[in-house]
Design a protein around this ligand. Structure first.
Ligand code: ADP
Ligand code: MG
Length: 311
């Protein structure tokens, strides 16, 4: 069984979302215990992960150190977090595999995802990143070409495009590593966004790809038999946060799309997970599951979480 596993923020930060190195290592150890249990069943696993808090921290460093070392663009921050989180996850997984006496090599791949400059996301950036700044400091950055929005009392915040991933450019390398028996960490943060120039060359671009949409496309490209989106809740929920809340168990893709259209899933959190799950199911005819880390072994067998099935 080939599994694409997308890890959410709770796999890489502590419960409050803090991302000190020790928080990230501790969270990775917990997450990789679940992944090792999945590997023990004989599954082939490709892991992808979010990077929001880590990129946020790099942006603050950029800003505070700008007078001393040149700031690096957002796509560079994405690449740096893929590498760092990749090695943290590999270390944690190697240790857990050794503890269980499982021999399985691990690898982490810096992964680029193609986006299009025609994407509506570039005309109207919507994804807030980094920390809040007072109006006068934001104004300097606006002069440098960045887009910042007035967010009221908290101050101003940078917004960037969140374009659709069109192609996971390094998917062939992921496939080769999987075929060679590696557990692969790839396409972290949704992939490093790049655009193709008229001469065919690639150029990194400042944008943020949704990690769950990137996961769906990578799973589709690799032909994985299931997409598992692991987050901090066991299910997608109808009427979330109300007394009438109800877990969604096994559900057909059209039914789940109808729930989404009715506004059951928040746009910055559960919404993209549901969207990614539906896209993967539609594109492959294979199931997708949204659940928590503790349930991933059962999820792969369709016995836990919100299991999205073809109609
Ligand atoms: P991750 O960091 O794992 O990628 P997010 O934190 O973005 O995930 O999204 C998971 C969160 O989505 C849950 O903790 C929950 O608070 C929120 N959420 C919003 N709407 C729903 C819903 N309808 N069902 C379940 N969770 C929801
Ligand atoms: Mg989160």
């Amino acid at each position: 069984m080939k599994v694409l596993l997308a890890l959410g923020g709770n796999a890489m930060t502590n419960a409050e979302g803090r991302a000190r190195p020790e928080d990230q290592i501790a969270a990775a150890e917990v997450a990789m215990a679940s992944v090792a249990a999945l590997l023990e069943t004989g599954a082939e696993v490709v892991i992808t992960h979010g990077n929001g808090p880590q990129v946020g921290n790099l942006l603050v460093k950029n800003e505070l150190a700008a007078a001393v070392v040149p700031p690096v663009p957002l796509d560079w921050c994405g690449a740096q977090t893929q590498a760092t989180l990749g090695f943290v996850l590999m270390d944690a997984l190697d240790a857990e595999l050794a503890r269980r006496g499982l021999e399985k090599p691990t690898a982490a791949l810096v992964t680029r995802a193609l986006v299009s400059l025609d994407d509506p996301g570039f005309a109207k950036p919507t994804k807030p990143i980094g920390r809040f700044l007072p109006a006068d400091e934001a104004a300097v950055l606006v002069e440098h070409g960045e887009t910042w929005e007035d967010r009221g009392e908290k101050g101003w915040r940078r917004v960037v495009a969140s374009p659709e991933p069109r192609e996971i450019l390094d998917a062939p390398a992921v496939r080769a590593l999987v075929d060679a028996g590696f557990v692969v960490v790839a396409n972290g943060g949704g992939g490093i966004p790049v655009v193709r120039e008229d001469d065919g060359s690639l150029r990194g671009i400042e944008a943020v790809i949704d990690k769950d949409l990137g996961a769906a496309l990578l799973g589709q490209t690799l032909g994985t038999e299931v997409l598992v989106i692991a987050t901090d809740v066991s299910h997608a929920v109808l009427r979330y946060g109300t007394p009438e809340a109800e877990d969604i168990g096994r559900v057909g893709v059209s039914q789940l799309e109808a729930f989404a259209a009715d506004g059951h899933f928040a746009s910055g959190s559960m919404g993209p997970k549901v969207d990614a799950a539906c896209r993967f199911v539609r594109a492959t005819g294979n199931p997708a599951v949204i659940t928590d880390l503790d349930s991933i072994v059962d999820a792969v067998e369709g016995r836990a979480g919100t299991v999205v099935l073809p109609d």
